[in-house]
Structures are given as structure tokens and as C-alpha cells.
Design a protein around this ligand. Structure first.
Ligand SMILES: Cc1cc2nc3c(=O)[nH]c(=O)nc-3n(C[C@H](O)[C@H](O)[C@H](O)COP(=O)(O)OP(=O)(O)OC[C@H]3O[C@@H](n4cnc5c(N)ncnc54)[C@H](O)[C@@H]3O)c2cc1C
Length: 368
């Protein structure tokens, strides 16, 4: 069986790693020209189930490296007002989850894929062939045939737009300014694993990304053949603001924070602007099983949900379920149907979690 994966995000790479391990013929086609072609580096939190699925995708020899470059989930989450007065605290029920920098994790998931991973390969459309296989058509005019085509091409998925054209993705009435600031001097702002600063029209979410060991050093010592980016520990911040700006201009953000605590203003003013940007917050329609064919969806492509929820966790779980169903399958459509049923059930859970997170923000705003 030949599997062609569209998109080298976390989900597509995790699936490829699992299929390679099982000896399945797999190729990943990514539209970007290189792994770091765009801003990629925000922090992602994995809960225990997502973490186990991630570990299952990473080759065992790299598990010590996977642990070394993680951040620990320690202490409480807290809500504060713009003067840093504590409004509430919440202990986590578990400390088994881990935090990752998305860019570092992506480098780790690329390790060993070699020329199975192709860059500069933007999918335009696919074509279902009479023999039940699928032909992927790329923007450069080339094509590749597959027994199974997996759209792991993110929220705006070209595969989903063709497969399920009725599923729409729309902007929410807020946008996110997303950035990071080196943590030195700002540790006190996040005594636990996260801090939310809540004001009337603005929420600022702060998260620690403190690597247990610096990624470059850890790779050198634990897996010298793996190249990891030289990323220092940082505070990831996300501002949820009303409206839809096109570019990140920190001045209007700082203006909104004019009477905030000086340390919070300094945090934003000292942002690493190369790794900061603005992004609309989008969500997609709910997804339900569709008549199965040799084309399927994985991760955000299958269940487009706003950031900060369970998206990466679900992408890891999708990759696990899809690989388990495909490996050794005698009937690919039966395997895909079983996967899609589970994927849609998990997507509904993820949607509910994202909606709850946004309701909590609305509540914080009302209380502020
Ligand atoms: C600020 C922020 C914080 C987040 N925090 C968390 C968190 O704490 N926990 C969590 O679980 N999730 C979190 N998420 C969500 C998580 O990042 C996503 O759900 C996850 O990365 C989705 O992975 P994916 O592989 O499905 O898609 P993506 O990572 O979006 O990858 C899709 C890939 O497909 C490529 N592509 C797109 N179109 C094409 C095409 N036509 N042809 C070829 N390639 C294409 C893209 O370039 C990209 O590389 C966060 C998201 C953001 C933005």
C-alpha cells in the first residue's frame, strides 16, 4: 500500500513516522519551501493521552531527546488582573503532560524521514482513478499516485475543500496576537504553568516554555544526527482582541495596556518580533462521517478548531488511530471507515473543549 500525506505539520509527520516504522510506503508533500519557511514556534501543551500518542510516533531511540526538550507542567494555572492581583488559581489534576515548542517538535518528527519528505509541493487538487487509487496534482504541474491520500494540510485544507465542500471555516469575532519573549527577567509572571491576565476587552494568556535542556545541546549529546533549532526558553503570549487586523503592530496593543503593570508592558515590548504575528481565530463546522473513499483527513484538516485547545493532541491521536487501522489492512476502505468514525467522535470532544475554553475567557472578561 502506498500512502501519500499532504502537509508536514505535526499530524502528517506523526503519521509518516508510524507508517515508516511499520514498513509502509509513505511520502509527505509540504507546500512550504523548508521546515522553517514560516513562523512556526509557539508552545503546545500535550495532555497524557496526546503525549502517549506523540511518544508512539517518535522513534524509540529518540525518546530521551523527546523528554529532554520538553517543558514540565508544574504548579497551578492562575488568573490575574492587569495589576497582577490574583483573581483565581487552578491546580492541574495531572503532571504527566508535557510542553513543546512546535518548531523543535517538528524538527524531531522529521528525523529519519529522508527523501520521503518533499518540500515545495503544494497540492492543488486530487483525482479519484477508476482502479480505486488517487492521483495528487501539485501546483508545479507534477502528480503522484497513491492507494490512500491523507489530507493533513491544516485548517485551510485543500483536500477537505474538495472532499467535504460543505464544511466551512469562519473567523471568530476575536483575533490573536501571538508572540514570544525570552523568559529571563519575567519568570515571576508565571509561577505555575500558565497565567491569564483578564481585562474588559483584552485577555493576555502567558505560558512558560522552559526546555529541560537547551535543544541544540540535548541533540548534540543524545542524538547527534538530529538537527534541532537553537531556541532559548521563552514566555509564549497570546492576546485575544476584538477585530481583524492584518499585521502585528505592537503599538496599538501597548496602547490598550497603557494602565497595566509595567512588567506586563515590558514583556510585550521586548517580544521577539521575528517569532510573533497576528492571526485570525478560526473555527470550522462540526464534522460527521462521510461516504468513505480512498481520501481521508487528519488533524486540523479534519476538525478545524481554534488554537489553544486540543488540536495538536487530536492530531497525534488521529495519526495513531489511522496508522493502526491501515497497517496490515486487507480492505483499505473498511480501515478508513473505522478511522473516520473514531476521528469524528474525537473531533466532537475537541470542539466541546475549545468551546468551553472560549466560554471561560468570556466569563473572565465579564468578571474583570
Ligand atoms: C498559538 C497556538 C497555540 C496552540 N496551542 C495548542 C496547545 O496547547 N495544544 C494543542 O493540542 N494544540 C494547540 N494548538 C493547535 C495546534 O497547533 C494544531 O491543532 C496542530 O498543529 C494541527 O496540526 P496539523 O498537522 O493538523 O496541521 P498544521 O500544523 O497546520 O500543518 C499543516 C501543514 O500542511 C501544509 N499545507 C497546507 N496546505 C497545503 C497544500 N495545499 N499542499 C501541501 N501542504 C500544505 C502547511 O504548510 C502545514 O505545514 C495551538 C495553535 C496555535 C496557533
Amino acid at each position: 500500500m502506498k500512502v501519500v500525506v499532504i502537509g508536514a505539520g505535526l499530524g502528517g509527520l506523526a503519521l509518516a513516522q508510524r507508517l515508516v516504522k511499520a514498513g509502509v510506503d509513505v511520502e509527505v508533500h509540504e507546500r512550504d519551501s523548508a521546515v522553517e519557511a514560516r513562523f512556526q514556534g509557539y508552545r503546545i501543551g500535550f495532555a497524557p493521552e496526546g503525549m502517549r500518542a506523540l511518544q508512539g510516533a517518535v522513534p524509540e531511540r529518540l525518546h530521551p531527546l523527546l523528554e529532554a526538550v520538553s517543558g514540565l507542567v508544574e504548579g497551578s494555572g492562575r488568573a490575574v488582573d492587569p495589576q497582577l492581583n490574583v483573581l483565581g488559581e487552578k491546580e492541574r489534576d495531572d503532571d504527566e503532560g508535557r510542553l513543546y515548542d512546535r518548531n523543535v517538535l517538528r524538527h524531531l518528527l522529521i528525523a529519519g524521514l529522508g527523501d520521503r519528505l518533499r518540500f515545495d509541493r503544494k497540492l492543488d487538487r486530487y483525482e479519484e482513478l477508476a482502479d480505486g487509487s488517487v492521483r495528487a496534482h501539485f501546483a508545479d504541474g507534477s502528480t503522484v499516485d497513491a492507494d490512500v491520500l491523507v489530507g493533513a494540510d491544516g485548517m485551510g485544507s485543500a483536500v477537505r475543500r474538495q472532499l467535504l465542500p460543505d464544511i466551512a471555516v469562519h473567523d471568530m469575532p476575536v483575533y490573536g496576537a501571538i508572540g514570544r519573549t525570552p523568559i529571563a527577567g519575567f519568570e515571576h509572571l508565571i509561577p505555575g504553568w500558565s497565567t491569564v491576565v483578564s481585562a474588559k476587552n483584552v485577555q493576555l494568556m502567558l505560558g512558560r516554555m522552559v526546555f529541560q535542556r537547551p535543544p541544540v545541546q540535548a541533540a548534540k549529546e543524545l542524538a547527534p544526527d538530529v538537527t534541532l533549532p537553537d531556541t532559548p526558553s521563552y514566555i509564549r503570549w497570546v492576546l485575544l482582541l476584538p477585530g481583524t487586523p492584518k499585521t502585528l503592530d505592537l503599538q496599538p496593543v501597548l496602547d490598550l495596556m497603557a494602565d497595566w503593570h509595567p512588567d506586563l508592558k515590558a514583556l510585550i515590548a521586548k517580544a521577539d518580533t521575528n517569532n510573533s504575528g497576528v492571526s485570525p481565530i478560526k473555527e470550522g463546522d462540526a464534522i460527521e462521517p462521510w461516504p468513505t473513499r480512498a481520501v481521508t483527513l487528519l488533524g486540523d484538516a479534519g476538525h478545524p478548531a481554534p488554537p489553544g485547545g486540543l488540536g495538536a493532541n487530536l492530531a497525534m491521536i488521529d495519526a495513531q488511530v489511522l496508522a493502526d487501522k491501515l497497517i496490515g489492512a486487507t480492505d483499505k476502505l473498511e480501515a478508513l471507515a473505522a478511522y473516520e468514525k473514531t476521528m469524528c467522535e474525537n473531533a466532537a470532544t475537541g470542539r466541546a473543549a475549545a468551546a468551553e475554553a472560549f466560554r471561560n475567557f468570556a466569563r473572565l472578561r465579564a468578571d474583570a
